[in-house]
Design a protein around this ligand. Structure first.
Ligand code: A2P
Length: 214
């Protein structure tokens, strides 16, 4: 494409510093390793395999998707709706290239994706696009997450949709089924292969607000 058509990035977001990427990946691997040994998980294994007897190695099941980041606005090089307006937002311009700390407050797993929920501060919410939560009535920032891995054939965009889906259940008053107290926090099952681990201690991850061109 001619240069003037690629002036907007693929997406904007917070990019985790490499040292903390390592830490988050290790935490998520440890979680997956423990999750697939739990009786509660084995009981619902058919959600993942389609067959109750089959085993699943979650560490193999999910494929990593590159550098860890929390997408704010997916611009698709300017083709996504609202991309230009986002790039021109004064807060986006002012904070571009700045250092932040993003707070990871939960890990979640579905048969499609594994991700970390990110809880945004008021300052960080200035960088959050108004349309991210789509038609849901969830508060702005609800979709904020880091994709940690996707099942074969699943695109990373699915991770945020999986998180919104779990949060919508919570909003509807579905408490989920308390499954296990783990070292990292409390694990809850929401049916259809949806698991959420609320972290006892949020993980503070240093990150740079920037963009990715690919
Ligand atoms: P996520 O933020 O959940 O990881 P891709 O490699 O598929 O082009 O995606 C690049 C990044 O942009 C990924 O981080 C991905 O998901 C995010 N992304 C892709 N499509 C969308 C979309 N339609 N809405 C929001 N984020 C998207």
């Amino acid at each position: 494409a001619p240069l003037e058509e690629v002036d907007l990035p693929l997406f904007f977001g917070w990019f985790l510093l490499s040292s903390v990427q390592e830490k988050v990946r290790c935490t998520s691997m440890d979680f997956l390793k423990t999750l697939d040994t739990l009786e509660a998980f084995k009981k619902h294994l058919a959600d993942f395999t389609g067959k109750a007897e089959k085993e699943v190695d979650l560490e193999q099941y999910f494929k990593p998707k590159g550098a860890l980041h929390c997408t704010t606005k997916f611009c698709n090089y300017g083709k996504a709706e609202g991309a230009k307006e986002y790039a021109e937002n004064p807060a986006v311009k002012a904070l571009y290239g700045s250092a932040f700390e993003v707070s990871l407050t939960a890990l979640f797993v579905t048969p499609r994706t594994v991700g970390a929920r990110v809880s945004l501060t008021d300052e960080q919410l200035q960088l959050w696009p108004a349309d991210a939560e789509q038609s849901s009535s969830l508060p702005p920032g609800s979709r904020a997450h880091i994709t940690l891995g996707c099942a074969e054939g699943v695109e990373p965009v699915q991770t945020g949709l999986d998180l919104l889906d779990i949060l919508a259940l919570q909003q509807d008053g579905q408490q989920g089924e308390p499954a296990e107290e783990m070292e990292l926090g409390s694990l809850t099952y929401y049916g259809e292969g949806r698991w959420l681990l609320s972290l006892r201690e949020p993980i503070g991850a240093p990150a740079c607000f920037s963009s990715f061109y690919g």
